[in-house]
Structures are given as C-alpha cells and as structure tokens.
Design a protein around this ligand. Sequence first.
Ligand SMILES: *[C@@H]1O[C@H](CO)[C@@H](O)[C@H](O)[C@H]1NC(C)=O
Ligand SMILES: *[C@@H]1O[C@H](CO)[C@@H](O)[C@H](O)[C@H]1NC(C)=O
Length: 317
Amino acid sequence: MVFISFIVLNLILALLYRTYCKLTYGINKCSRHLVGKVVIVTGSSSGIGYETAKDLAERGARVILACINDLHGNKARDQIISESGNQDVHYRQLDLASFDSVRRFAEEFIKTENRLDILINNAGVLVVDNVKTENGLFVGMQTNHFGPFLLTKLLLPLIKSSAPSRIINVTSIAYSKGIIDFNNLNLEKETSQSYSKMQAYKNSKLCNVLMTTELARRLEGTGVTANCLHPGFVKTDILNPDKLPFSKYWLPFASFFIKTPREGAQTSIYLAVSPEVENVTGCYFADCQVKTLTETGRNTELARRLWEESEKIIAKK
Ligand SMILES: *[C@@H]1O[C@H](CO)[C@@H](O)[C@H](O)[C@H]1NC(C)=O
Ligand SMILES: *[C@@H]1O[C@H](CO)[C@@H](O)[C@H](O)[C@H]1NC(C)=O
C-alpha cells in the first residue's frame, strides 16, 4: 500500500513538473508576416529546423531548406508546401562537412537569388566519432563550426546588401563547458582514446557563441544582426539513443519532460521575426529571452582570435 502511494505520488509530481515545464517554455508571440523575405534554414529536413522553416513558410517567406540528404530534403519541402500552402519553398543540397559543398551551395545561391534576409545556422551534430572529413578536419568540428563559418562568410555580402537582415545561430547551453585550445582547435592532438564525443560537441558550441560575438562586432553599423540561442532540450533525431553516452532507458523517461521540436523552434522563430530584437545583436537567447553568457562566452579577445584562426583553417582547404 505504502509502495503504491509512493508511485502515485511520484506520478503526480512528474505530471506537475511537466506542466510547469510546458508553461514556462518561451513561446514566440509575434505574428509578423515575411512576404518578400528570403530565408535559409540549414538542417531543416526534421526536428527544430523543420519546424522553424515551416513557421517561416506560413508567414509567406521564400524558404530555402539547406539539407544534406536529397530524399529527406525533398520530402520536407513537399510536406511544408502542403501544410503551409506556400509554394515558394525549395530544397538545396548542402553538406556542411564538405567545404566544396558549402562553396557550391553559396555560389549557386548568389547566382540565382538576389537577396537573403534571414540565415539560420541550425544544422548540427551531437555525438560523432573521431572521423575526418575529406578536408582533413574532424566531422563534429567541421559540421558545427568550420562549415557554417565558411557558409556565413560567403553569404555575408548578399546578407549585407539585403539589410536590415538577421543571422541566427543555434548553439547549446553545452557551450559553457567548451574549451578553446588554439593548439588543438580541430582536436588534432586527440588520440582515439582521449577523443571525447561530448567534449567535441561542447567545444564546437562554444565556437558558435564566440563567432556570434565576433560577427556582431564586425557587423556593427551594417544593419545586419547576429545572435545565437539555446533551443532547450528537445526531442529530435540528434538524440540518437545508440550514440548517446548514457543509458538508452533515460530517453523515453526524459521525453516526457523535454521540448517537442515545435517548442524547441520558438526562440529561432522569435529571433527571425520579432521587431523587439531588430536592433539587438551579439546576444545569447533561450526561451525567447536574452541570457547572460559565461565569462569565456563573452571574451571578445578570444572571439577575435578564434575568427582569425578559423579563417586560416578554412583558407588551407
Ligand atoms: C555561426 O556560427 C558559425 C560557425 O561557428 C560562424 O561562422 C558564424 O559566423 C556564426 N554566425 C553567427 C551569427 O554567430
Ligand atoms: C531600432 O533602431 C531604429 C533606428 O535607430 C529605431 O527607429 C527603432 O525604434 C529601434 N527599434 C527598437 C525595437 O528599439
């Protein structure tokens, strides 16, 4: 009897906690339309990227889904067109782990589009093995940092000429545990024993934060804003139970509390559309609110140097 009461009590507590979570998640309340605006969302064939792209399509934007897989990309496009009723949704292939692919994508884009109002660097990988790309960089670092860095750089002239425009980077609260070691930026020095998948993720997410800081500084006065965000803990394919460094039994349990992709997309959408943030740049957001960065995240000297080192690394390839 005591045991049953204990279970029931826990279930009630869990439900209350879940309700509390759901009520405190930041929700974008701005209903602004985006007719005439051109948007890129990377990694938009599923999860947060998909929900973000769909919402922006519903607002009438011309939406480009930049995804790695033709099959998934085309399927997402068809689905968004049918759900939003907006025909102006397109898929273009982009593999952030290949500099050739990034260059091809950007060249093609600049040739065929005459503006870019909103760039959402959403794509990312969580846990990947210590494997190198065709460019000799580690997959995790290239997909999460060097690839989007190059993409943003190549598209910047078009973004500037479309000002006021916005660049939005999806990072993660995991950035606060990231480490920047300029002698080991690409984790070259890790052996297969010392390489930690989670550490690689944290480092790459700290890079995103620092790049936002530096990009915002470089873009001062151009009418282009650059902000980054933590989407929250969201149930998407990135949480692959086979690859996570903790028990797979944790996932169904946690899924009860964590955000749905639609909830996870709210801060990206807010930063893309809200007039409240039209003059806000270089900030870190979560739940549609500005949050304070850690000391490392705010370190402008570190940010400047990371930019320069990253430029050297992409120039060599
Ligand atoms: C987003 O992150 C990428 C990769 O780190 C970087 O190149 C780009 O400048 C960043 N953009 C913003 C707005 O922070
Ligand atoms: C942003 O800046 C412009 C120009 O200075 C100003 O007119 C506008 O009211 C500002 N918007 C907000 C939300 O502060």
